[in-house]
Design a binder for this molecule. Structure first.
Ligand code: PHE
Length: 464
């Protein structure tokens, strides 16, 4: 059986006749919509050489909706005449005795497919009155192809497990993909590009066996955001210029106090083989509430929780959530953005493990050329910035920051000696902007976002 009944009819007509046939004529002899025949032609074309179809365009005159009404009920003038009351009108008002509705007659000619009996002038007059319009019609001239047959087997559209196990897939013909057909428009809402890319990152982490960390607090204490990370209290990043502090509630009150003591000692006197920073560490400074400036605060909480579980077992954590910084706003910076963070804790992890895992992570994103550059973070040693070669921009761009967490951070938490923790972080906005070709971050986030951009963003991207 061919693809459908119309296609089968078309093949039969072709077999019977000599030469070819016109899709529009076939539609009218079969009493079908032209579109149904066009569909059959296309499905037969997809089979290869069964038919040959040549696209032709012809000009045709058609009645407009008003023209159709006029052809049926008469011209406006004639209708006025026929609606005169039987008792008549004053002679002075009625100038004619009878009318011959030429307009209606002409339109009926067109309706019967005999527009050629009208002169060009007549057609143009009717066109000016918007009763007639000239349309371009695309039709197919169809003839037999080199592999013509009326007996065409249905093409398979899906490969089934049965075909694989029986081996029958070798003999069936598969229907080719039509990459230029329009997709079905989704009726539901549209995800913002950031949310789509977030899903992609989450998927990558899950494939790599990572567990999502709790990140459900935008408000954090300075303690978890800075102190727990061995970041000294006079560090410039804590300055009002970089951090949004909270007025109300201004302080956090609930801390694991024995851990706080160990953090205080490590900062002020050292310990665990470190000299510390040798300054007067103050609880009041650690209590100051702020909008978290990085998701590493959530990683610190997760690692502290992990340290409380005895015996220690290795862990792989990730998070993707929002952070806040008091930045000067420009084309690539906003006061809030999203960070992606990965953390692995196990005995004996080294910089080599970090480089290997970064390679795996970025390869899953389609980024294969990585370079590492030594960097500085108060809480990691060593630290590395990660760069990737961007084919489009033709330069190396920074794609992330990473490092091995310092013992001054891990040991006060209670993690066993010998356990090291490697971690990396990157923003969600940057890869999203690169992927979606957005140059100004304000077109992606904030009040200037064009909803049409969200609507038009592809559901998936096939990057090569
Ligand atoms: N917290 C760092 C930042 O905000 C990223 C990072 C995470 C660096 C983990 C090292 C380890 O940029």
């Amino acid at each position: 059986m061919a693809d459908g009944p119309v296609a089968q009819l078309l093949l039969q007509r072709l077999e019977g006749g000599d030469g070819g046939l016109d899709s529009l004529e076939l539609a009218s002899t079969l009493g079908l919509e032209h579109q149904a025949v066009v569909g059959a032609v296309k499905s037969l074309q997809a089979l290869g050489e069964v038919i040959e179809a040549e696209l032709r365009s012809t000009q045709r005159w058609e009645l407009t909706p008003e023209g159709q009404e006029t052809a049926q009920f008469g011209s406006h003038e004639a209708r006025v005449f026929h609606s005169l009351p039987p008792e008549g009108l004053m002679q002075s008002e009625l100038m004619v005795d009878s009318v011959e509705d030429l307009v209606q007659a002409k339109l009926q000619l067109v309706q019967d497919g005999e527009a050629e009996h009208l002169s060009e002038k007549e057609r143009n007059e009717l066109k000016k009155r918007k009763l007639l319009s000239e349309v371009t019609l695309k039709t197919y001239w169809v003839s037999k192809g080199s592999a013509f047959s009326t007996n065409i087997s249905k093409q398979e559209t899906e490969l089934s497990p049965e075909m694989i196990s029986s081996g029958s897939w070798r003999d069936v013909k598969f229907k080719a993909y039509n990459f230029s057909s329009k997709g079905v428009l989704p009726e539901g809402g549209h995800l913002h590009p950031l949310m789509k890319v977030r899903t992609q990152f989450r998927q990558i982490f899950l494939e790599m066996g990572f567990t999502e960390m709790l990140t459900d607090n935008f408000i954090e204490s300075s303690f978890w955001n800075f102190d727990a990370l061995f970041q000294p209290q006079q560090h410039p990043a804590r300055d009002q210029h970089d951090t949004f502090f909270l007025k109300d509630p201004a302080e956090a009150l609930d801390f694991p106090m024995d851990y706080v003591e160990r953090v205080k000692r490590t900062h002020s006197q050292g310990g665990y083989g470190s000299q510390g920073y040798k300054y007067d560490w103050k609880l009041e400074e650690a209590q100051k509430n702020l909008l978290r400036t990085h998701t590493t605060a959530a990683s610190a909480r997760a690692l502290y929780r992990l340290a409380q579980q005895k015996p220690f077992s290795p862990a792989k954590y990730f998070s993707i959530d929002r952070v806040f910084r008091n930045e000067t706003l420009d084309a690539t910076h906003l006061a809030e953005f999203h960070q992606i963070e990965g953390v692995v804790a196990d005995y004996g992890l080294t910089l080599g493990h970090l480089m290997g895992i970064l390679k795996e992570f970025f390869t899953k994103l389609g980024i294969t050329h990585l370079r590492f550059k030594p960097a500085y973070n108060p809480y990691t040693e060593p630290s590395m910035e990660v760069f990737s070669y961007h084919q489009g921009l033709k330069k190396w761009v920074e794609v992330g920051n990473s490092g091995v967490f310092r013992p001054e951070m891990l040991l006060p938490m209670g993690l066993p000696e010998g356990v090291s923790v490697i971690a990396w972080g990157l923003s969600l906005e940057r890869p999203t902007m690169i992927k979606y070709g957005i140059n100004n971050i304000r077109e992606l986030v904030g009040h200037r976002v064009n909803l049409q951009m969200v609507y038009d963003s592809p559901l998936c991207r096939l990057d090569t």
